[in-house]
Design a protein. Sequence first.
Length: 170
Amino acid sequence: MTVTIRPATLDDVSLLSQLAPQIYRQHFGDQWISDSELNDFLEAEYSESIISADLSDPAVCWFVAHTDTFIGFAKLTWDSAIPDTDLSGVLLNKLYLAPNATGKQHGKILFEAMVQQAREREQTFFWLTVLEQNPRARKFYEKQGMQYIKDSVFKTESQQSILHIMGMNI
């Protein structure tokens, strides 16, 4: 089945604000201690107002992936610096697939499309963060050529998580 990837538009705001939190919750909901903190996080990341603002920001680009139905999304931030380093490039903020779309090479296709987007903008470095509790994703990104750079910490009131920062020259 062919995967189509296209830049998101304002017409996609409702779709993304409904499905993105569901996909995130299916993959990572069990990583959260507090349901209210998870809900606050999802609102801060995927509310219609946040997605609309992102789509109006030239420094940010969302993408939707679909076959015969919506299967996932990605978000890039151009010219983003890795904290406490001299490295800067395209940040892959998000690359998520619906659970029924995993294991079918769709993630690889979406990742490669995001790297191609970065190359088309003449970017030379590509980076992301991966939860320490998600070794499967880290292994996936290593297979795509990414290398570990350093760790950072994501904190909420009730917990903290280690994020592995990974990157590669493109």
